[in-house]
Ligand binder design. Structure first.
Ligand SMILES: [Zn+2]
Length: 238
């Protein structure tokens, strides 16, 4: 194996390491995004439930004021009834009072049912809030850990990229050029692979032509696999 080929294979393994780190960073980033989405959904649910509880309480208090006002009206009408002399007028007011009493009774029943419901809701809500806040804290903690993991991976990645560029500073020639073109195009790693079992590209495991094998063996010009386009070389014994 000539020196340049050996250097290219070393470059490839340095690139591969950096690429793996980059992939890890992307995965961590996706996980952070997933956690942020989940946390923000929980926060929205917390707000919505809180608002719903508040609306129910406001409604209950509204009914309480309405009840008070109906009772005040009833008391006033009863007082007025005492001074009425005409039978017809008295009876009309009596009917109105009966009507009012029924309304008061309906409202009281409604409020009793509402109160039971509200208390059960409040109890469930309180338990839910505690559990949700606990989940939220867990997510926030995990998010922080992942963020620090991402930062440390980014530092490692930057170092690995520096290693790659230092290593290839003095590399020249058609094989190196062919390698960099494939790398720039985002060719799947490994980019440079040996021909194995006589005629097989070890990247895609398909056979390459005898002509390509012969040229690759001469090692004068870069040869690419006709199937996958990877750069081929023939591993010489020893
Ligand atoms: Zn191939």
């Amino acid at each position: 194996m000539n020196l340049l080929l050996q250097q290219l294979l070393e470059l490839q393994s340095l690139d591969q390491v950096a690429l793996d780190t980059k992939k890890q960073i992307e995965n961590v980033h996706l996980e952070i995004e997933r956690i942020q989405t989940k946390a923000s959904q929980l926060e929205t649910q917390l707000t919505q439930k809180q608002q719903s509880m508040q609306r129910q309480e406001v409604q209950y208090h509204g009914n309480a004021s309405q009840l008070q006002s109906l009772e005040t009206t009833l008391t006033k009408q009863k007082t007025r009834q005492l001074s009425i002399k005409k039978m017809e007028e008295y009876q009309a007011l009596e009917n109105a009072n009966t009507d009012l009493k029924r309304k008061i009774e309906d409202l009281e029943n409604q409020m009793l049912a509402d109160l039971d419901y509200l208390e059960a809701e409040k109890k469930a809500y309180t338990q839910w809030v505690v559990a949700t806040q606990c989940d939220l804290e867990g997510l926030q903690l995990r998010g922080k850990q992942l963020l620090s993991e991402k930062q440390s991976l980014q530092i490692t990645y930057a170092e690995q990229c520096t290693n790659v560029s230092h290593f290839e500073t003095h590399l020249r020639g058609p094989f190196y050029e062919a390698y960099t073109v494939l790398r720039r195009c985002g060719k799947a790693f490994p980019i440079i692979v040996p021909i194995i079992k006589g005629h097989q590209c070890s990247g895609c495991h398909l056979s390459v032509s005898g002509d390509t094998v012969a040229k690759a063996t001469q090692n004068a010009h870069p040869q690419c696999c006709e199937n996958c386009g990877r750069l081929l070389f023939v591993a010489k014994e020893n």
